[in-house]
Design a protein around this ligand. Sequence first.
Ligand code: DQA
Length: 139
Amino acid sequence: MKIIIINGPNLNLLGKRETDIYGSLSFEEFFQKLKTEHPDIELTYFQSNIEGELIDKIQEVGFSHDGIILNAAAYTHTSVGIGDAVKAVETPVIEVHISNTFAREEFRHQSYISEGAKGVILGFGLKSYELALQSFIIP
Ligand code: DQA
């Protein structure tokens, strides 16, 4: 099974950035642990701070992979283009967020991703990614 995690802007700073909200583990550390725990899954990871690169990656993997786990970060709340890309591809997309965006500022309550997503998992810290992965494994 081929699954990709795609992370949007500022998520490269996980572990250093607003640690009270996002925790002190870097994504690389978390990702290596996740890969070790799921040796049967072809799990890859892509991060970009650039909207167009995220759209390019969704298009590139969106007809060959079994699942996309997408945290579009701040672009979640602004990007019609990423929302359209999610709708355009065949691969199911699970939208994830580390924080509970509904418990935060009003502008974070809006998502351009959710409408095209198969499901949304948020508020469980980095475990949100793990739960999204489980959703592809459990039949
Ligand atoms: C986030 C929530 C977004 O509102 C924010 O812009 C992020 C991270 C999360 O994972 O909680 O960068 O997507």
